[in-house]
Write a protein that binds this ligand. Structure first.
Ligand SMILES: C[S@@+](CC[C@H](N)C(=O)[O-])C[C@H]1O[C@@H](n2cnc3c(N)ncnc32)[C@H](O)[C@@H]1O
Length: 279
């Protein structure tokens, strides 16, 4: 079980204008107080209709968007819906598992350095990886840890830890070297039409466009992991920086694979020898 997530104060990334936090009667007043204090916000007595905010009720924290966006409040649930199905169907031979280098009987430590809604990281945990999730948006990190603690598959629950930090710096402070670092920065869609999913739009409003993804790639390549995997839309350019060694393609997605510390890694399986202490 994760300890209560105290978002850093002040938050690492800016909160949207007029962001609010609140809680329903009967919920743990300490949970609300802790989050409101960290965000430097006076708790709201009811959800506001014109700005972003998070509301705690008996089912956990949910993200609310301005009512004009017609967005159903987002509460992370790893047991139901498309995410639950994806976890139940997770297989090591899927492009994500192959890109990370999963092998039967080997438990890899993966740092998911752009955790977001935790869906890819949850798949890796379900497939047996120890997953350190790093997310710099305190709102996303809070939703993620809350959702994981309430609804994670029992067998994977303790394999995930969630940290709220900027991975460009946190990757340099890991207690042990991970086998792989996974990056899935926001992709700047040019399509401004309704085709861009509503959820993606809301998340983009909240976390921005990740213009520093190239810096994050360099930090990942430098942190000592033998493999770095970057998820990109099919046909998208690679991140700025060194060229990947190879890639694996899924139906809509491409995984660019870098092996910063061993150019022979593409021919050699990643082994699960105990990680040396980094410091
Ligand atoms: C496209 S989302 C990731 C989605 C995720 N793979 C999933 O399956 O839900 C990108 C996330 O990376 C986070 N992010 C981007 N750069 C980061 C950094 N340097 N440190 C930590 N988080 C970062 C953003 O805040 C955003 O939430």
């Amino acid at each position: 079980m994760n300890p209560p997530l105290d978002p850093p104060s002040p938050p690492i990334t800016e909160l949207p204008d007029d962001f609010w936090v609140g809680a329903a009667d009967g919920t743990d007043p300490n949970a609300l107080r802790r989050v409101a204090t960290r965000f430097g916000i006076t708790p709201a007595s009811a959800p506001h209709v014109s700005s972003y905010g998070i509301w705690l009720d008996e089912l956990g924290w949910a993200l609310h968007a301005p009512i004009a966006l017609g967005f159903t409040p987002l509460r992370l649930d790893f047991s139901a819906g498309a995410t639950g199905l994806r976890l139940r169907q997770a297989g090591r031979r899927q492009p994500l598992g192959r890109a990370i280098g999963l092998k039967p009987g080997i438990r890899l430590h993966v740092v998911d350095a752009t955790a977001g809604l935790g869906r890819d990281g949850a798949v890796l945990a379900q497939l047996g990886c120890e997953v350190t999730m790093i997310e710099r948006s305190p709102v996303m990190a809070l939703l993620l840890r809350d959702g994981w603690d309430r609804t994670a598959p029992a067998e994977a629950h303790t394999r995930v830890s969630v940290y709220c930090d900027d991975a460009r710096h946190a990757l340099d402070q890991l207690a042990s070297l991970p086998d792989a670092v996974y990056l899935d920065p926001m992709y700047p869609h040019r399509d401004k039409s309704a085709l861009v999913k509503k959820e993606m739009r809301v998340i983009r409003d909240l976390v921005g466009d990740d213009p520093d993804a190239g810096e994050l790639l360099l930090a990942a390549l430098d942190c000592g992991a033998r493999r770095v995997v970057v998820k990109r839309p099919r046909g998208a350019p690679t991140l700025p920086g060194p060229a990947p060694l190879r890639h694996i393609e899924g139906p809509n997605t491409r995984y660019d694979i870098y092996a910063p510390h061993d150019s022979a890694v593409t021919q050699r399986p990643i082994t699960n020898t105990p990680s040396p202490s980094k410091r």
